[in-house]
Every structure is written in C-alpha cells, then in structure tokens.
Design a binder for this molecule. Sequence first.
Ligand SMILES: [Fe+2]
Length: 412
Amino acid sequence: MKDQFVDQIKFSKKKLKEKSNNYVQNFKNIERYIKEEIEEIAKLKNSSKSIIPEINYSDLKNDFLEVKRNIHKRGCVIIRDVLEDDRINTLNKELEVYIESNGYYEDLKKKSGLDKYFSDLKSGKPQIYGLYWSKTQIEIRHSLEMLNVKKWLNNLWNYKNHSYKVFDPNIELSYADRVRRREPGDDTLGLSPHCDAGSVERWTDKNYQKIYDDIFSDNFEKYDPFNAKYRDRIIEFESPSVAHVFRTFQGWTALTEQGPNDGTLQLIPITKGVAYVLTRALLDDVPENELCGSKIGRALSVNKDYHSLLLKGLISIPKMKPGDTVWWHPDVIHAVEDKHSGKNYSNVVYVGATPYCKKNLDYTIKQSKKFLEGKSPPDFAAEDYEINYKGRVKLEDLSLLAKKQLALEDWN
Ligand SMILES: [Fe+2]
C-alpha cells in the first residue's frame, strides 16, 4: 500500500479512537448486541421460522409496520411476485438467445484473453455476463413494477434532514448492471462475505466518519442505518470494481427458481452488523496501519480471523421463484455460496435502487452516453461486447419511463 494511504489509515484510526471515552468498552457494547442478534438468528433457524423479512408485491400498498420494522433491523427483504412467472420465463429464454445468437462466448474468449481461465471451467462458460442492454434487462430494470418496488424501498429511508434533502425517494434513476447465469455444478463463483460501497473508505472518508459518528462515539444505540444524511457524499477510492452511485438497496431479480445450495446469495441479516467490523479494527491487536483485512479498491472484508462472531449469522436466502426479488442495505454483509449443487441454472438480473440525487444523476448521465453507443457502463470493465449485438435495446425502443430513468428525458 502507498505510504499516503498508510498514513491516512493510521490518522483515521487515531481520530476515531479519540471519539470514544473507551474504544475497547465501546466495542464490547456493540459485541453484546451482535451476540444477542446472532442468538436470535440461531433460534429462528432451529425453529425453521423465516429470518429475512418477506412481502408480496401486491401487499406493498398496505402499510405493514411490522414488516418495515423488521427490514430496518435485518437490512434486507424479499419482495415476491414482482413480475409474472410467464413473463420472466420468456425474458430468461430471450436472454439466452441474445447471448448465443450474438456469439458472446466466442467474443469473451477473444476479447478477454482469458482463454486459459475459461478452458479450466467445465463448460467453458462464464457465470457473470458483461451484458447490460439486452431487452430482458431493460424490460425488468425499467418496468413499472420495479419502479413501485424501488419507491417503496427508498421510502424506508430517512431522506430529509435539517440541512438538505438527500434524495427524492419517488424518482428512480437506473444503474445498469450485469447478469448472473450460474450453471449446476459450478464452484467458481463463490464470493466470501463482504460489503460493497466502500472498504477502507468506511474509516477514512470524512462523510463516512459522519455517518458512523454515533457508532464510534459510544452512541451505538442511537445509530440509525437508515438515515441517508451524507450517504450521497462519500468519495470512493478509485478502482475498477467500485460503484459510483448511492444505492439505497442492492438487489437482484430471479430469472429461474433457486434455493439454498443452488449457489445462491447469503446474508448476515443484521443492519448494524457493520458497527462490529468498524470498531473491531480499532482494537489493540490490529496493527495500526491495518483494518482487519480490508484493502483499498476491494470489498469490505469480513473474515474468520477477526469477525468469527458475525459470521455465525450468515444464512442462505430461501427459495426464490422467477420474478421474486431480494434487496439488501449497503451495509449488510453478504456472500455467494461456493458451489451450485442444484440441477438447474440459477439466473438473476442485478437491479439495485438508485434514487434521484446529484451523485446518482451525475453517474446516470455518463452511463446514458455509454447506453447510446451500446458500450459497457462507466463502473464496469470497458469490454463493450454489445456494440453490434442484434437485439440490443436502442433509444427508439425505450419507454418514456426508461428514458427518464436513464436521464435521457426530463422528469418534469
Ligand atoms: Fe457484493
């Protein structure tokens, strides 16, 4: 690591320790809370009760306060039946045709120079596809149903404060992301537990320090993970894998049925779990230039060496049907099962919630230029596979809503 970053980490840790009357005691207090949460999760697991809150799309109009309270605590939610099964089945098939008829696999081998890597895989097929502008993705991403879901999710946040309105929860922009098509038997895609939206930044960025101020200054009980203040003002360390938007929730939509052991998503359903990671790094057994394994430009690391207590809370999400969606708060630790032991493809389209704010608008404008050219969006490797693809969605194919969400049309 460059010296300037090492100094920044040392300086930040010193400053954050000074916020507390006793940083060891502060950590212990947070640890106690996490232990109770872990015990509760274990109990629910043993009684086969659902741990991740769930709600049906058709129930979003009802004000289920209990569900909302639970989402605030768990930081995640499954919203079922957002899109009809038949529609999704068709879209899943169309995506397959888009991939195969345009020669994606051949392109991938040629362009990526990763022949050797892919020849090591049984099928020679990737699991994550660098595609963004297929009809399948656009139709899901810009559907009215998805807009309704995202509005509902955005409104779970406290988006206004005394000094400014952080975002408009009822206006959604869009963040083009990739596709996962995980084939049975795959054991190459597992992701160890992590958080996106910043790693080292969570300690060193001055806005993250403000967001987490209650955690560091002995006021953990007062910390509100759904207070959006400053979340739109974080400055990321530049790296190819970092997202330049503020997502109220990350998420995906299932294209196929998939359940535990099908290589699916795992979550630690404790919204405030990140406080454990943050304050653990300040303890005296962690070298002053280190943050329990988190590195610049990588995801926030959650590992056995430092966070074994938290990891006990990692659970696989329940069975998902085509058209079901899962959503998680940007502080929620998540992972992907190492192996797909199921029988069918587990396919998803990644769609997160990116409400209207300056940060998201700035990105969307850059993204829309890439859309018009059929190129990969700015946050992703410039593989640009789709430029000449048949069936790629063009400007004239977009609905008015899609144009607005891509900042190609005014919202007024
Ligand atoms: Fe992630």
